[in-house]
Design a protein around this ligand. Sequence first.
Ligand code: NCD
Length: 309
Amino acid sequence: MTDFKGADILSTKSFSKSDIEKIVEVADEFLPYAKKEKSSELLKGQVLASLFYEPSTRTRLSFETAMERLGGNVITVTGTESSSLAKGETLSDTARVIENFADVMVVRHNKPGSVDEMGRAANVPVINAGDGEGEHPTQALLDIFTMIKERGELEGLTVAMVGDLKYGRTVHSLSYLLAHFGVKLILVSPDQLKMPGEVTDYLKEKGIEFEETEDMEEALKHAEVCYMTRVQKERFDDPAEYEKFKNFYVLTKEGIEKHNAKMTIMHPLPRVGEISLNVDDLPGAAYFRQVQNGVAVRMALLALVLGKV
Ligand code: NCD
């Protein structure tokens, strides 16, 4: 990528190590603005179209906050019912319409590849905020940023990713990013919810050491970072299948203290039972800090693609 100005952010697979380092560096500069310690008008006069055709709280508000706190404006569409997609408009046409109103678009949609389609059609930068079970690049960037903040550096870390690795788009994007650093991955899931071959093939190609297991307990003995995920209910055709897996892994305070009380615990949120509430008391519980870091990372991405930094 190298030059971010005007670029789409669709998949982390296309990122180089220096792209990632650049985003982390700029996000660090924006942290005081995300923390509300400083204010800025850097993006004054710029308009973000925030198009969320799938449910979202964090990602949408995080992007909108990032834009507003840098002096920019936001126009928004949530849900398909209230949009022209409900009338049968194609995503490409929607993109070509909205580029007339906005300088940048952030899009979430339930179909993998759909945001790429809008990216190809639009003449303004398009940022993928989650395309079905595909990818969620901005979440993964804030996850990387958080790992660096919490652990100092990525090189040498052992990271366990636990839960629904099949449908969880955040772990797909995160794996592509971590593959640029000397990490070891422990991929913990039931056999039916394993990491897709496309992702493990990439890890092999990059020479990243990883193992796949069902055993969370064993993984906790070795991991310095434990990244929990929600079983993605909305991706299951059969509700009985979801019921079978929804409580497969529950991370407890006792479980963490037994192995490594200083472990960093992350989660993209929302959690629906896979992290016990008493884990929140542990110093390594980083999931709410991830949220704040997310604003800084999104400020950085908006400023970069708009050519303002
Ligand atoms: C994630 C998502 O939407 O993929 N949420 C988020 O953006 N923070 C994770 C999830 O919904 O489980």
